[in-house]
Design a protein around this ligand. Structure first.
Ligand code: G3P
Length: 268
């Protein structure tokens, strides 16, 4: 499974590449907002350029901000052209559905934009995917990546069912409630969303890579891997958690104390 860094913070991104664990980066408007607030002196174009240099040709997702297909396509092409001199691996992030509610007229602008950009050979990351049906439509439209929002699916199932508390971890197998498990149209957790979407994509030979996003803790990363995600996009804090264990620290202390001087000399 590939690891992407879910961040628009240059320092975090540089660190993850220094650690040799990053295979790409995903950004979104909210993450970029944080960077803009942090870097008031530098232009955003320059800043994104630096991110692209630091990521050494691996895929970096940049999201559009319009909601009509034709505008999203224009924005996608503009972003691609503006930054292609920094990296050949710009991925345009398109929301699977840009409508703001069920009563809105047009729910297929996202799908249309995904198809149009993919047909133009620009790689698309279909984002804000919360159902396997949306995943199927995005994959059929040619999305290179389909981003399934794990943590926010858990949030939604919890809030729909008045489950109190901000649990660190929501079980992949779901929580009991009423007559069965708490669910959203047959999805019992964010990880279940990944698993069902991955199964559909694989079963039907679709080419999209399943990208688990909105991951909030290291256990979800493991579960996303087990559920068949090709990629996990991981916040920097979760990435750091992944390498830590108390017994590893303890073991390290003991090995460092015990290593005979003569043995150490053999390695110098
Ligand atoms: O990749 C999407 C991600 O940034 C959203 O994460 O934690 O805001 O749901 P979160």
């Amino acid at each position: 499974m590939k690891i992407f860094v879910d961040s628009a913070d240059l320092e975090e991104i540089k660190k993850a590449y220094e650690w040799r664990v990053a295979d790409g980066v995903t950004t979104n408007p909210s993450l970029l907002k944080k960077s803009v607030e942090k870097n008031k002196e530098q232009s955003l174009k320059e800043y994104i350029g630096e991110i692209l240099k630091a990521t050494k040709g691996t895929p970096v997702s940049l999201e559009v901000t319009s909601s009509e297909a034709k505008d999203m396509v224009l924005e996608g092409v503009m972003l691609y052209r503006t930054f292609k001199s920094y990296s050949k691996n710009i991925v345009i992030k398109i929301p699977v559905n840009t409508a703001l509610g069920e009563s809105d007229e047009n729910h297929f602008e996202g799908i249309k934009a995904i198809k149009e950009l993919s047909d133009r050979k620009i790689n698309v990351n279909a984002t804000l995917v919360f159902t396997p049906e949306q995943a199927l439509l995005a994959a059929k439209a040619g999305a290179k990546y389909v981003s399934l929002f794990v943590g926010r699916t858990d949030d939604y199932i919890k809030s729909k069912n008045n489950v109190a508390g901000k649990q660190e971890y929501y079980p992949a197998e779901g929580l009991p409630g009423g007559e069965g498990l708490l669910e959203d149209n047959g999805i019992v957790s964010g990880i279940d969303l990944v698993s069902q979407s991955a199964e559909i994509i694989r079963k039907h030979g679709l080419k999209s890579e399943v990208l688990a996003a909105s991951l909030r803790n290291k256990r979800q990363v493991r579960e996303a891997a087990l559920a068949g995600a090709h990629i996990a996009t991981i916040p920097f804090s979760v990435l750091k958690e992944m390498v830590m264990h108390k017994k590893t620290f303890e073991g390290m202390k003991k090995f460092s104390e015990d290593a005979p001087e003569e043995y150490k000399k053999l390695m110098r």
